[in-house]
Design a protein around this ligand. Structure first.
Ligand code: ARG
Length: 403
């Protein structure tokens, strides 16, 4: 059966089993041209192999784009200016990748005259919402094909059988064999589903692939100094680096010291709870360092407002509303607060912790002169607190009869 009339579709392709089956299925079901788009967000896969695989399954064309720098500079860093954390645990590393992949798909579709886009996200998850809200914001006319909500390949064995039938190579050592779902990019590795579905059981041995187990962490701490300019990291140990270089180095250090693993139960967009396990090594270190620098450089009331807005902001990102006007409004306010978040923070990695040891800024709000116990009346008039305290105590007066 030929569904709809789609001529040419841009598929977000990973090289894994699911999107490979989708590629074959799209050609089968829609009898259309399928263009595979492979986004490099720092997942570390062999992308040229994925290209060959897509072509062998029948993609008419394959686009591979190295989006690492754009991912960090235009998505991760702006999000991190909010110190965004979803439900007290998830640093949103996967959620923030989706709008970028979707935006590139729409861009490619326009360039090559495709009339549809497709993704491999499942029907119960968050990613379908994120991809499709982005598609619809950026091109309301594009057709969206959602294989997981359309086909009847509902079990792993059906999927494998379909792959077999269409001559799709199944990598027995790779993702197809893992009894859980994994998503990897420069910022995080996430694990969920199947063997992780029981929140009452610890993740089985061998699940984790990125951050070292705490018991294997080195006995010596290691320090690094992160430089920030207007809220964003710009270098390490005094050397200017690009965003993705900063992530690469911090990921390496933090992973080695067992920093950044979180096991949590979270509320999905569609209203169900799920158990998610995350490894966000470098991101965790950056969050700690950024907070320390904000504490030094941001006005207290501004910091409080920012802190109050953060859960709203994190929720917007989680719910796929990156391109929505309310996210842009919050971003403008947050960005405004970052003008003086410039300086250096030294952090120390040790046995699962990342702690701040030192922070400096050329534009801090911190006045040693004002805070010092050593200074006399020159820095601070000691009679001022008395009036302030009396004013504040006025409302504590005993009740009395009105006249
Ligand atoms: N629960 C996380 C989120 O919603 C992780 C999703 C990871 N996606 C995946 N296909 N495994 O952002």
């Amino acid at each position: 059966m030929v569904a709809d009339n789609v001529r040419k579709v841009v598929l977000a392709y990973s090289g894994g089993l699911d999107t490979s089956v989708i590629l074959a299925w799209l050609r089968d079901q829609y009898e259309c041209e399928v263009v595979a788009f492979i986004a490099d967000l720092g997942q570390g896969d062999e992308l040229e192999r994925a290209r060959d695989k897509a072509l062998s399954i029948g993609a008419s064309e394959v686009f591979i784009e190295d989006l690492r720098e754009e991912f960090v500079q235009d998505y991760v860093f702006p999000m991190m200016r909010a110190n965004a954390v979803y439900e007290d645990g998830y640093l949103l590393g996967s959620a923030i990748g989706r709008p970028l992949i979707a935006a590139k798909q729409i861009e490619i579709a326009k360039k090559i005259g495709a009339d549809a886009v497709a993704h491999g996200a499942t029907g119960k998850g968050n990613d379908q919402v994120r991809f499709e809200l982005a598609y619809q914001t950026l091109n309301p006319d594009i057709k969206i094909i959602t294989p997981w909500r359309e086909w009847d390949l509902n079990t792993r064995s059906q999927l494998l059988a379909y792959a077999e039938k269409h001559g799709i190579h199944i990598d027995k050592t790779g993702a197809a064999d893992r009894p859980y779902s994994v998503d990897v990019n420069l910022m995080n590795t996430t694990y969920e589903g199947e063997v992780l579905e029981d929140p009452g059981s610890a993740p089985p041995q061998g699940v984790f692939s990125r951050v070292r187990d705490l018991v294997d962490a080195p006995d010596e701490p290691e320090n690094i100094t992160v430089s920030f300019s207007a809220g964003d990291p710009v270098g390490l140990d005094g050397v200017a680096l690009t965003g993705s270089e900063i992530f690469a180095r911090l990921n390496e250090l933090a992973s080695k010291h067992a920093v950044g693993r979180v096991d949590m139960v979270e509320n999905r967009i569609i209203g169900i709870k799920t158990r998610g396990v995350y490894e966000t090594p470098g991101g965790t270190a950056l969050l700690v360092a950024r907070r320390a620098l904000e504490a030094l450089t941001i006005d207290g009331e501004v910091a409080l407002l920012k802190e109050e807005l953060m859960p709203r902001y994190a929720r917007l990102v989680y719910r796929g509303l990156w391109f929505a006007p309310e996210r842009q409004m919050l971003q403008a306010a947050i960005d405004h607060s970052q003008q003086n978040v410039t300086g250096e923070v030294e952090v120390s990695f040790y046995k699962g912790n990342v702690s701040v040891v030192r922070r400096t800024s050329p534009v801090s709000k911190y006045s040693r002169n004002r805070v010092s116990f050593e200074q006399g009346a020159a820095a601070f008039d000691r009679s001022h607190p008395e009036g302030y305290i009396r004013m504040n105590a006025l409302r504590f007066a005993k009740p009395e009869a009105t006249a």
